[in-house]
Ligand binder design. Structure first.
Ligand code: DC
Length: 228
């Protein structure tokens, strides 16, 4: 069976990674969460005092070659964990602190250049489901299947709130909604590789869909491309 490249882009917290992971598992493909990579760079910057009010761009540039990101499949959870310089950072990259700073890091040109090059290498050869903001437009413009996922900001904030609360993090729904809206704005208006639907991407608004319904929808799309 042919191994295709599947690009899943869209707004933050709209369930892209849930559907991408599920699809990759069912197809036996590799799943790559590119948001986790920008989050890991952000964690590195926070831990090395490279973000105060603003990012110390030159400081980060000089240390960029020390930032090594990798993924290791976790048998227990059935999905890959993110590692920063050999340390598992899967939980630490999902905190509100990282979420509130990551758009600043993701807007820096040399960070994007480094991440895109790594993503292209990881996905080289197909058999990959990659989720992010610029996969169908910049990383794999020739991907055989491109999906652009969205949902209302309120629905997305509630999903993130439930996720964080389930992990025991104390959080505030209004604050999360503002973070989601601010990230939409920053992601869509940044100069380098802004969030944009690829012309040939299929749009999925999952505001009213259950996880099972969206997974099923995506599987159908993938199978029809693979079989053609
Ligand atoms: O999908 P996420 O919320 O984990 O992504 C974290 C941030 O990284 C988000 O604010 C946008 C940015 N990002 C990006 O600019 N390009 C990507 N390919 C993936 C994520």
């Amino acid at each position: 069976m042919k191994k295709i490249t599947i690009a899943i882009d869209g707004h933050s917290s709209c369930g892209k990674s849930t559907m991408a992971k599920d699809l990759a598992r069912k197809l036996g493909y590799v799943y790559i969460d590119t948001g986790a990579m920008y989050r890991a760079v952000t964690l590195y910057a926070i831990e090395h005092n490279l973000i105060k009010e603003e990012v110390d761009v030159e400081g980060l540039r000089s240390q960029m070659e020390n930032v090594n990101i990798s993924f290791l499949f976790n048998e227990a959870t059935g999905r890959p964990d993110t590692y920063l310089n050999g340390t598992r950072v899967e939980d630490r990259i999902r905190t509100m602190e990282v979420s509130s700073k990551v758009s600043l890091i993701a807007a820096i040109d040399f960070v994007r250049t480094a991440m895109v090059a790594q993503q292209q290498e990881m996905g080289n050869g197909g058999g990959v489901v990659m989720d992010g903001r610029d996969i169908g437009t910049t990383v794999f413009p020739n991907a055989e299947l491109k999906i652009f996922v969205t949902a209302s900001a309120e629905v997305r904030a509630k999903r993130r709130y439930d996720e964080l609360t389930a992990k025991g993090e104390v959080c505030n729904l209004q604050e999360i909604l503002e973070n989601v809206q601010e990230r939409d704005r920053l992601d869509s208006t940044r100069a380098v590789s802004p969030l944009r639907k690829a012309d040939d991407a299929i749009v999925l608004d999952n505001s009213e869909l259950t996880i099972e319904q969206q997974n099923e929808w995506l599987m159908e799309k993938a199978v029809s491309v693979i079989n053609n």
